[in-house]
Design a protein around this ligand. Structure first.
Ligand code: C2E
Ligand code: CA
Ligand code: CA
Length: 572
């Protein structure tokens, strides 16, 4: 564990060792050289002479260690003079410290001890012993270096990156730096489809290209399976970071060649800029990761700005307005049909939140869901969505004079899953509107599984007990552990739109969709393809064995009444 503790890299590390220096009492004033020679470690008797300190005698290990002779001390050992002097002036009898001799490359590390008998305090003599820890320290340092390095790419890993950033921030102040976090899209799928070796090769090539896009003093690290981070030194502020982000995007546009395939790698980039005195390295990294998550949704580079966000929060009280919107019904749910690819009939509607602010701006959920997640408002927002969806179902059933024949799907955010008691919340909504659990689908994302898999597994079991259907949303974009997926009661995989749109022109995407479909089949799950905009795509997906489809081809999201009208028309 000692190895894990945080160390400053520029100082030698003290190694806790039992104090084994000789007892000065065995050294009478008459015995000097012979007695010293009995000691297995470098030792010397130092005396205050008329012209300063004198190494009265030194033993064999002292000479062998290259520390010098009484007549000719090594220049560095002379540096101890000042400390010996102040020891002799003090009233302590024992003083120990760590000492580095020589410079970086061939530095040696000693535990040095000064000692004397209390009765000798006035005669200006003391015993100096040195214990050499160089080899332990070297081993410890190289182990430590290993622990801070990613073995695949040779770049610093997450821990190494954090330490380096912390050091740099300490040296030059946080406002000199930005952190960029780059997350590769679809990497886990590439890994699954083409094998780990190809995945490794790809990571190495990506690292090389990204590094090529950086300036000399920027630092690249691999901070996760498919995540890289960069420490950027800012000369001109945010502009520098945006520039680098652009260069990285450009560097990755040319496809990568892996065995017989050409692979295109897209990435999401999040940027956080260090500001003022607030915040530390870890916070900066977290903020950049947060921005990266937004970038994944928005499809463009996102910047996290603490101060800017605070300003928005205070001046426009976006949270207050969002809360008011939830309370006052300024939020609405729209419903987008999900169709059986074979028959074209609607099987369910996905409920999607819409918000028009008081000043009349229609905000996309891509913008306000992250705000809700960050502020904790995702809990009331999620509860509102669940209730509204159950209410819509009750309305449709009432209009149909019984069972309207479709389900309604509600999105659950990973953060909502962490913060709310989901199963009781869903149950309350069902009871409030008299809706059967079998009429509800809940859409979870892979990221929900990462934080606390056991708790999520329990929640999912409880949701199944209510009769609901569980769908894994945006499948393929996260890092699902496939073995784990198998243990969860998931009924449907929703293939992310990024694989589906443009699939017909991209063999890689087809390969990924095929892989997901056969995975789903093996696991006994059904599949929904998102983002279907053309008939051709719908037919291809149906031919590949996909069960359901959703997208503008069938309909854009509609208000509750328009959705019911569409249901009557299509399922008649
Ligand atoms: P999602 O769950 O992946 O929802 C599907 C999104 O794809 C919707 O965007 C939908 O309008 C859009 N879409 C559907 N068909 C097509 C198509 O053919 N082409 C294109 N280009 N887009 C299509 P929307 O409504 O903007 O929602 C964005 C995201 O916001 C959702 O992604 C979901 O993650 C989140 N979201 C929306 N409502 C809620 C909610 O009530 N709770 C939570 N937690 N998240 C929500
Ligand atoms: Ca969804
Ligand atoms: Ca989705």
């Amino acid at each position: 564990m000692m190895l894990l503790s945080r160390r400053r890299k520029d100082k030698p590390v003290p190694v806790p060792v039992p104090v084994t220096g000789p007892d000065p009492r065995v050294l009478g004033p008459s015995s000097t050289a012979q007695t010293l020679n009995l000691l297995p470690i470098p030792a010397a008797i130092v005396e205050r002479g008329a012209h300063g300190l004198v190494f009265e005698s030194v033993n064999r290990p002292f000479r062998l260690a290259g520390l010098g002779t009484t007549a000719d001390l090594s220049p560095v050992i002379r540096q101890l003079g000042a400390r010996i002097g102040s020891f002799l002036d003090s009233d302590t009898n024992d003083y120990e410290f760590d000492w580095e001799l020589g410079d970086a490359v061939d530095a040696r590390f000693f535990r040095v001890r000064f000692a004397r008998r209390s009765t000798e305090r006035d005669n200006g003599r003391c015993l100096v012993t040195l214990i050499d820890h160089t080899s332990e320290l070297r081993t410890q340092r190289s182990l430590r270096r290993e622990m801070l390095t990613d073995s695949l790419t040779g770049l610093p890993n997450r821990a190494g990156f954090g330490e380096d950033l912390e050091d740099e921030i300490e040296r030059s102040g946080i406002d000199r730096f930005a952190v960029l976090v780059i997350n590769l899209d679809r990497f886990s799928r590439i890994n699954a489809c083409m094998g780990g070796l190809a995945g490794d090769e790809l990571l190495i090539s990506v690292a090389r290209r990204v590094k090529g896009a950086l300036r000399g003093h920027d630092m690249l690290a691999r901070t996760g399976g498919d995540e890289f981070a960069i420490r950027l030194e800012l000369d001109e502020g945010l502009q520098d970071a945006l520039h680098v982000a652009k260069r990285i995007q450009n560097a990755l546009t040319t496809p990568f060649r892996l065995s017989d395939f050409e692979i295109r790698v897209d990435c999401a980039i999040g940027i956080a800029i260090g500001e003022g005195e607030r915040g530390d390295a870890e916070e900066l990294i977290r903020h950049a990761q947060f921005a990266m998550k937004r970038a994944k949704k928005s499809g463009r580079t996102e910047v996290y700005q603490t101060r800017a966000f605070d300003v928005v929060r205070q001046e426009f009280s976006i949270e207050t307005e969002l809360r008011r919107a939830i309370d006052n019904g300024a939020l609405a749910l729209n419903f987008q049909p999900i169709c059986d690819l074979a028959s074209g009939q609607i099987v369910s509607f996905e409920a999607l939140a819409r918000w028009t602010t008081e000043s009349g701006i229609a905000l996309s959920p891509v913008e306000f869901i992250p705000v809700a997640e960050e502020s904790g408002l995702i809990v009331p927002l999620g509860r509102w969505a669940m209730h509204e969806a159950a209410r819509a179902m009750a309305v449709w059933d009432a209009r149909a004079g019984g069972d309207c024949g479709v389900k309604v799907a509600v999105n659950l955010s990973a953060i909502q899953l962490q913060r709310d008691q989901i199963a009781p919340m869903v149950q309350a909504a069902l009871e409030a509107h008299g809706v059967d659990g079998r009429k509800i689908t809940l859409e979870l994302t892979e990221s929900a599984l990462v934080t606390d898999p056991d708790r999520i597994a329990q929640t999912m079991q409880a949701l199944k007990a209510l009769g609901t259907t569980l769908a894994m949303d945006d499948f393929g974009t996260g890092y699902s552990n496939l073995a784990y997926l198998q243990k969860l009661p998931i009924d449907v995989l929703k293939i992310d739109r990024s694989f589906v749109s443009g699939m017909l022109a991209d063999r890689d995407k087809v390969a990924i969709v095929r892989a997901i479909l056969s995975l789903a089949q093996a696991l006994g799950m059904q599949t929904t393809a998102e983002g279907i905009e053309t008939n051709e795509l719908a037919q291809t997906l149906a031919a590949l064995g996909c069960n359901y489809g959703q997208g503008f081809l069938y309909s854009r999201p509609l208000c509750i009444d328009a959705a019911y009208a569409l249901l009557l028309e299509r399922n008649a």
